[in-house]
Design a protein around this ligand. Structure first.
Ligand code: BGC
Length: 780
């Protein structure tokens, strides 16, 4: 508007209003003072815009877990651009995506929204995605900052993580993305990190985000994540979403607990961001987007087993298709990421359109229950044909709940029976994340169909019948069993100890030499690609290392290879994972084509983090592997890095971390040594807005609240409701002010507090009545 900052133009009341939402999706507008509203909507698979109580239809693209399997940031960019176009067409300023948390366990219910267990792959894919969205003049909001790696207890749980794992694994993707892709917003997570709610962590929101990484956008809370709004503003959380009660902030401003400068800082950041978006009118070709969805799904499908080259099938083959999901696919997850898909297809539909003849049997019903009739028919159909495409998968994963690692029992029985009835079974596994596939020996071929979006049927059909060769690679390890340290996931809603430190995903399996079903980076094509002339240069003056090789497509189809580069520190005296991804490149090859490929890295990437000294690169020997996947050691290379080697040998203090094996599960004592402090459970005898429901039932008010929550939330399991913090109960019937008054009563049922409660109830009733009258007037 003019040179004046927004905080100089707005009144104190307006500023207090601006630091929280206007409803569920917008910030407040003060148009006459040059502050417009920012409109936000969820992603990441497609735009989820709520309008008049419904979700506007949008093309549903493959999930981040799927796109990551392409190992192709340019594909993520195409996806981002299409999402940006959806936002422009729907006048949305900021897409609340992508989620860039590193996957710690296959059990996390939100893994489908995240890219990978590796921070480099996560960051590179996310940068492509964000650049694509933001190229359309729309902003991205990366989330959930930080260490929201499981859904169980997410609103209150304390993630206890040591500094090194934090920096090298969990914050690393955020750091790269903030510095390189410059997203407009960052969303803090619900959970606590090392004892402090992320929504009020100065370490995360100011020291790291702003001071170290140079973030200039807006830091927003996850929806309902604020525990103490005033502390949040002081720590650097600019915006609370959705709309919250502003009385605490107003009071703090008056009594000086919150300085005007602190509020102004938040307000100016929001106002500055709002100036960046100029909503324009633009149409959208949804059919074109649907075609793009098919291409993205095709280029990220992962073939992990193909005995006797069973695939590709010929359209003239004698084929049976078995499995309800061939007809009603699980192609996306639930929760805030769920898209009202524009034109969802299915494998059956795509096969029919491709004029493939087949016989279909449903095989299993909804849920876990056996159905003898369906099973019998599936066996009979399988026996009648020489090839079976069997589609399986669990119910869609969802935010707020963690997932089962195994397929439903009834489907396991179908897999067993169908493979006994026909020797040539191709299983298509639809899933949000790594799944237990210990049954894989019984089938000839396996395609991993991570949530592929609304055109996943078409993509599957093209790959099954060789119109396209599969070129996806697993962006996470597929274990044979869950490591011991993961068995604590979901055990305690109050705290999760990341005892494994940096040994996450393949970093653990490769170091422990633990067999997996399929390793990170693994995937097959339809024919041989030869690797030759693999060579490495020693680091140059700037620390650059080049790895060169030649790829030759020896097959008679167009193919793609994903060249991966891993490193290991050989000379350091610290404890290190056996493998770390340093670079990757997807290379497309025509029939018979040879291409020379160069991957460039910098020794700076070898840096590891130490609490006392920060980041440093050890001098000495490093092994590099140019590889097809993390366990491929066919091309080892060696480089020597100049510099000191001053890491400390802690093997006497931390033996578990130096001897990582299949029994790896450091004791709390060793983990505390690594953390440098004693671990305490977050607990207080004083009830606050963040106390979980199950911890207030010793009071009468608490018992009433619990009963009411179970009544209102009857669609949720009680095990979920009991661990909800009180602040999540705020709704039309219960204002934040009422809740705070009730909490005061629970802590001290004095006459004064009881009167306060009654006053809050009456005030809220009055306000609701007034709001209803205004709404009536507007309707008439
Ligand atoms: C989710 C966020 C989402 C927000 C708004 C929260 O429950 O954790 O990822 O953006 O809701 O829908």
């Amino acid at each position: 508007m003019d040179e004046q900052r927004a905080s100089e133009r707005l009144t104190a009341e307006e500023k207090v209003a601006l630091q929280t939402g206007d409803g569920a999706w917008n910030t407040h507008a003060f148009l006459q003072k040059g502050v417009s509203s920012i409109r936000m909507s969820d992603g990441p698979l497609g735009l989820r815009k709520e309008q008049d109580g419904a979700i506007v239809p949008a093309v549903c693209f493959p999930s981040p877990s799927r796109i990551a399997c392409s190992f192709d940031p340019s594909l993520a960019r195409d996806l981002g651009q299409a999402l940006g176009e959806q936002c422009v067409a729907e006048q949305v300023d900021v897409l609340l995506a992508p989620g860039i948390n590193v996957k710690r366990t296959p059990l996390c219910g939100r893994n489908f929204e995240y890219f990978s267990e590796d921070p480099l792959l996560t960051a590179e894919m996310a940068c492509g995605y964000i650049e694509g969205v933001q190229s359309q003049g729309v902003g991205c909001c990366v989330k959930h900052f930080a260490c929201n790696n499981q859904e169980y207890g997410r609103y209150v749980c304390d993630s206890v993580v040591d500094d090194r794992a934090l920096r090298e694994i969990y914050l690393s993707a955020f750091e790269r993305v903030i510095k390189n892709a410059k997203p407009s917003m960052v969303m803090c997570s619900y959970n606590r990190l090392n004892g402090e709610y992320c929504s009020q962590s100065k370490f995360l929101l100011t020291d790291l985000l702003r001071d170290e990484w140079g973030f200039e956008g807006v830091a927003v809370s996850d929806w309902g994540a604020t525990d103490d709004r005033v502390k949040g503003i002081c720590a650097g959380l600019d915006l609370e979403m959705p709309q919250g009660d502003t009385s605490d902030v107003a009071r703090a401003l008056q009594n000086g607990t919150l300085s005007e400068a602190e509020l102004d800082r938040a307000v100016d950041r929001i106002a500055e961001l709002s100036e960046k978006f100029t909503r324009k009118q633009a149409g959208l070709d949804k059919n074109k987007q649907h075609k793009l969805a098919a291409r993205l799904a095709e280029e990220s499908l992962v073939l992990v087993k193909n005995s006797c080259d069973l695939l590709p099938l010929a359209t003239t083959d004698d084929i049976a298709v078995i499995g309800r999901l061939a007809e009603q696919p699980v192609y996306q997850g639930e929760g805030s990421a769920h898209v009202n898909a524009y034109k969802p297809d299915s494998l059956l539909q795509a096969l029919a359109e491709s004029k493939v003849t087949f016989e279909y049997a449903q095989g299993y019903g909804d849920g876990n229950k056996d159905d003898a009739e369906l099973l019998e028919r599936a066996i009979a159909v399988a026996e009648r044909h020489s090839r079976v495409i069997l589609v399986v998968g669990a119910a869609a994963d969802a935010e707020a709940f963690d997932r089962q690692w195994s397929l439903p029992q009834n489907q396991l029985r179908v897999i067993e029976a169908v493979s006994a009835a026909c020797p040539n079974v191709v299983v298509v596994l639809q899933c949000g994340a790594a799944t237990d596939v210990r049954w894989v020996n019984g089938v000839k071929a396996l395609l991993i169909d991570y949530y592929g979006g609304e055109a996943s049927g078409r993509a599957l059909c093209n790959v099954l019948f060789g119109k396209a060769a599969p070129s996806g690679r697993l962006a996470e390890s597929w274990p044979l069993s869950l490591p011991r340290w993961q068995q604590g996931v979901g055990a305690d809603f109050r705290q999760v100890q990341y005892v494994e430190s940096g040994f996450v995903g393949y970093r653990y399996y490769a170091t422990a030499n633990c067999p997996v079903a399929f390793p990170f980076g693994y995937g097959l094509g339809y024919g041989k690609i030869e690797w030759s002339d693999v060579a490495v240069s020693q680091p140059d003056k700037k620390g650059k290392i080049k790895v060169k090789l030649t790829l030759t497509n020896k097959s008679d189809v167009k193919q793609a290879e994903v060249v991966q580069l891993y490193y290991r520190n050989d000379d350091g005296r610290g404890f290190y994972p056996r493998k770390n991804l340093a670079a990757f490149r997807k290379v497309k090859l025509g029939v018979g084509q040879a291409r020379s490929v160069t991957l460039e890295i910098n020794v700076k990437q070898f840096a590891s983090y130490d609490t006392a000294n920060g980041w440093s690169v050890n001098g000495g020997k490093y092994t590099l592997w140019a590889a097809r996947h993390v366990n491929d050691e066919a091309f080892p290379l060696s480089v020597t890095v100049d510099g000191e080697n001053n890491t400390v040998d802690l093997s006497a203090e931390l033996p578990a971390y130096y001897n990582v094996d299949e029994d790896f599960c450091p004791t709390q004592k060793q983990f505390e040594q690594l953390l440098g402090r004693e671990i305490v459970l977050p607990h207080s005898n004083i009830i606050t807005v963040s106390t979980p429901l199950c911890e207030v039932t010793h009071t009468l008010i608490g018992r009433i609240m619990f009963k009411k929550a179970v009544e209102i939330g009857k669609q949720y399991p009680v095990s979920f409701l009991r661990i909800l913090p009180l602040r999540m109960l705020v709704c039309d019937e219960l204002s934040r002010e009422m809740l705070v008054a009730l909490i005061a009563c629970m802590n001290k049922p004095s006459p004064k507090n009881i009167v306060k409660c009654l006053k809050a109830v009456l005030k809220h009733r009055k306000e609701r009545k007034r709001a209803a009258e205004v709404a009536d007037l507007a309707d008439n």
